[in-house]
Design a protein around this ligand. Structure first.
Ligand code: AP5
Ligand code: MG
Length: 250
């Protein structure tokens, strides 16, 4: 499905949610539906951590302790990715921003990329016991990052990624003690992050404790995007496009 966000501006979707909420799972589907890239800072940083550089080793230590990676490094990773041509129509951010300071950093990055964009923010709400159960059984593809488990997506061949045939592995930061630290940091930061977007009228909460397909359907309803052929009609019907200019973001 090709979609329009009424104004022909870049569509930027931010997905907020605790570890295990299903951000990656939903972003993958949404990216395929909307034909815009899915950018997971966690996945990009894990790739970085897999290298042999000194910075890679430092990133690995932050991730494996369940801590946030320093903002300067995350910003570099994000800017390097969003400047690529495939982001021209927009992109979906998974795991960024995670703090109010990073939300402001994103605004600066978006302004640097272009001066008008359509920003939508979706927050997945999932009870902690469900998150713990999902993460304790998660396997991921080390190459493409696709996540699997018994209750979410199950691979067609046991232990093998459907996308690229690689052997699935557990994530190093899915150890119970690390998951507890990641949840603690999320709980500590999410209220200020959510209020940043609530104040700007762009935040929608989604019940993430449903099947993958039900959550995906709620996402599309919340985004309320129009098929591209309805461009003219949607322009006259639109009452609120979420379009933000540089002045509105200050
Ligand atoms: P990141 O990779 O972003 O991890 P996270 O936020 O902890 O989230 P997860 O990837 O664990 O969960 P998810 O919500 O994507 O769930 P998934 O779809 O896999 O970040 C990792 C680390 O990188 C951070 O701790 C930090 O160190 C660093 N980092 C990243 N971004 C940073 C930033 N901006 N600043 C600083 N540091 C940063 O689903 C989970 C499982 O549940 C899967 O097995 C899936 O199959 C299953 N599932 C999904 N949906 C459903 C469903 N509806 N029903 C049943 N099962 C489901
Ligand atoms: Mg993820």
């Amino acid at each position: 499905m090709k979609v329009s966000n009424h104004k022909g501006t870049a569509l930027v979707i931010v997905l907020i949610g605790p570890p295990g909420a299903g951000k990656g799972t939903q972003c993958e589907q949404l990216a395929a539906t909307l034909q815009i890239p899915h950018i997971s800072t966690g996945h990009l940083l894990r790739e970085y951590a897999g290298g042999s550089s000194a910075i890679g080793e430092q990133v690995k230590a932050f991730i494996n302790a369940g801590n946030l990676v320093p903002d300067s490094l995350v910003r570099d990773v994000l800017e390097e990715r969003t400047i690529r041509p495939d982001c021209a129509r927009g992109f979906i951010l998974d795991g960024f921003p995670r703090t109010r300071a990073q939300a402001k950093m994103l605004q600066a990055t978006l302004l640097w990329l272009r001066n008008a964009f359509d920003l939508r923010v979706l927050r997945l709400i999932v009870p902690t016991p469900v998150l713990l159960a999902r993460l304790s059984s998660r396997l991921i593809c080390p190459a493409c990052g696709t996540a699997y488990n018994a209750s979410g997506r199950t691979p067609l061949r046991n232990g093998i990624c459907d996308v690229d045939g690689r052997a699935l592995t557990a994530r190093a930061d899915d150890l119970p003690s690390t998951v507890r630290e990641r949840l603690r940091i999320y709980d500590q930061e999410v209220a200020a992050l959510a209020s940043f977007y609530q104040e700007r009228g762009v935040l929608t909460d989604i019940d993430g404790n449903q099947t993958v397909a039900e959550v995906a359907a709620d996402f599309l309803r919340a985004l309320n995007l129009q098929p591209i052929l309805d461009l003219e009609k949607s322009a006259t019907q639109a009452t609120h496009s979420g379009l933000r200019t540089e002045d509105e973001l200050r």
